[in-house]
Design a protein around this ligand. Sequence first.
Ligand code: ATP
Ligand code: MG
Length: 486
Amino acid sequence: MQTLRASKCGLSTAQLPSSILDVIDALTKAGYEAYIVGGGVRDLMLGLNPKDFDAVTNATPSQVKEVFGRRCRIIGRRFELAHVYSGRELIEVATFRAPPKKAVTSAAGMILRDNNWGTIEQDFARRDFSINAMYYQPRKGIVLDFCNAYEDIKAKKLSLLGDPMLRFEEDPVRMLRTLRFAAKLNFSIDQSILDVFTPETAQLLRDVSPHRLYDESQKLFTMGHLNRVMPMLIEFEIWHQLFADIQPNITPFIERAAKNTDQRISIGKTINPAFFYAVLLWKPFLERCEFYAKKGVVAAEARAQAGLDVLKRQATRTVIPRFAETFIREVWEMQTRLLNPKPQQIEALSGHARFRAGFDFLLLREKSGDQTTQGMGVWWDTYQTLSTDEKERAIADYNRQRAKGRRKGATQEDIKPLHQVQQAEIEPLVNEPEPRSRRARKAKQQADFKAQAVNGGNDQITADHPILKRKRVKRDLSTVIFGPTQ
Ligand code: ATP
Ligand code: MG
């Protein structure tokens, strides 16, 4: 073990937010050891802006709770942690961990529960990469380095602690972390890792829950180097483990979207990680639409069903949360609306909550050479820059073009009569699927009634109407006569 002077490694308390210092100080004052560990220390040493700071201590989660009282919540089962709120920030405080006991690993060697408290030496050994295992005590101005991590930082090299094969078996997600850090930090991967990182090893990811894989995929999408990591996912045959039906082929559209995502992150803009899923799944979605079209299903229905199918298949690898699924389907549905908008809906469409994402998607398609957008990406791009008068003219021009097209039989969309133009409403982009749980269904039903009452739909029934409060009576089926339709 070597003790480094923090100042020699480019670290100083001035770089730290008061929240992490507050946590370290409070634990120290209560008589515990406390350090900053992980990505925060690593990134500061590399001159990067850390995403967050994690703390580690010899206090158990319940002792941490005693120190911080109501500012602290204990979370996690597989991996118990204390969440401490400091001002508006949240700091994760982990307890030193010893190697897990045999009984809590799966047949494949995967760690299922990891709450065996230990010493700092044991704690360091169970971290993943050397560069993630440095312990920084900011008040003492020292960094404890148990594994020559600082040398790896200088050599820009990723080394796993311990035997790489064993470490991948314990937690296959470390393979994803290897590629993520290699791409994010532009580090090389140590030969001992490359030796075992085979397509067979990649298959270990099959045992990881699709929920955890979704979280990891989000981290890959939002780290700012998506474009660099994608070829690596293909090279190491991780791609198939993450994406069910997406060909391991970086199309111009995917590449452009990835670059765009990275650029947005580099200038501090927000991104919605579900957007990149919408990009990745676009081709499978179109193919599925085609499949239904060939069966003679009406276009709108084919799109709805195709969207559901594609997302369901993807959920076998990464479970996309419901709100993100809805976002993705809405972005896809927007493509149809934006490609062939009804003239009287154009202005309303441009104010739609999903317009921005749908338009960005359309423009990315167009700029990456997709001619099926028929130039509508640029049309909308220009439209948004016009004055009200110019917009009216643009719509009139568009309308004429559209009518010409219709005369040629290009489109069969119906145009609303003029008296409806003023209040042109846009139908919902996708119909929200029914909530899964009974309680959620009931809440939705009540909310729907409420909305109906507000809209004057049925002003007799409100959310607290007795009809909604009645208990379901269980019918005795032996007394029910089943008719032909039942
Ligand atoms: P970043 O937050 O920039 O993505 P990080 O290194 O801080 O990177 P976290 O996921 O926040 O990553 O984890 C914090 C620390 O916990 C890591 O630096 C590492 O020491 C340890 N750690 C996290 N995940 C694992 C894992 N799967 N196996 C072993 N150690 C891990
Ligand atoms: Mg972190």
